[in-house]
Design a protein around this ligand. Structure first.
Ligand SMILES: [Zn+2]
Length: 220
């Protein structure tokens, strides 16, 4: 489904939302749970895009519902995978995910299959993609990033969609950092929030104010 500004949400994928960014470069943002590669490819084909046309796969963070199909998509698209340098050891499986997330790949294995980690990732430096700004937004995880272009923010698990709110604290690595990151993002001009969970949501002064107030309350 085309959401806005040449960005598609890929329908039918289990796990976090997967976005296709079109324009000067075709990028896939996140990949859902393991086993979703055929759904992603079917969607690409349905809009006339060969998987090999992808310039890269960008992972917002290391959670299994975002990185599950990254390796298979990389193999099918023959492109690079990018993530923040702080996330790479988790995504490669070199260190355990923090807290209860350590167990999530095992807990979701019965439903979606085994998580097979990619073997090679490129650290994001922010200059890879011509028109997108990569913003480091630690909090949900240490190396969480969002993508920002012209008022559109693809936010991973920084915010949830619909009634925009912070991601649940049980899954938060560092709540203070999450609030700081949220604050820096909502100070930017915003037209659309494209979250990892929940619907793509037009920015409205109503929820921006509400979120701003809740951030103030927590820090005050
Ligand atoms: Zn997450």
């Amino acid at each position: 489904m085309l959401v806005t500004d040449g960005i598609h949400r890929i329908e039918g994928v289990k796990g976090a939302n997967v976005y296709l960014v079109t324009g000067s470069q075709l990028l896939l943002i996140d990949t859902g749970f393991p086993g979703q590669e055929h759904r992603i490819c079917n969607y690409l084909n349905s809009i006339g895009i060969e998987p090999t046309a992808l310039k890269g796969i960008v992972l917002t963070h290391h959670d299994v519902d975002h990185v599950g199909s990254a390796l298979r998509m990389q193999q099918l698209a023959k492109c690079s995978i990018y993530a923040h340098s702080l996330e790479i050891p988790y995504i490669l499986g070199q260190v355990n995910r923090p807290g209860i997330k350590r167990w999530l790949p095992m807990a979701t294995r019965l439903l979606y299959g085994k998580l097979i980690s990619p073997t090679e990732l490129h650290p994001l430096t922010g200059i890879e993609f011509e028109d997108w700004e990569i913003i480091h937004t630690p909090g949900h995880t240490p190396g969480h990033i969002i993508l920002y272009r012209n008022g559109v923010a693809i936010v991973g698990d920084l915010f949830q969609g619909g009634e925009i709110r912070l991601a649940p604290s049980i899954f938060t690595w560092n709540t203070d950092k999450l609030r700081e990151s949220a604050q820096t993002v909502i100070e930017r001009p915003l037209r659309w929030i494209l979250p990892g969970h929940g619907p793509a949501t037009p920015a409205s002064s109503h929820w921006l104010e509400k979120l701003q107030n809740s951030l103030r309350r927590i820090s005050g």
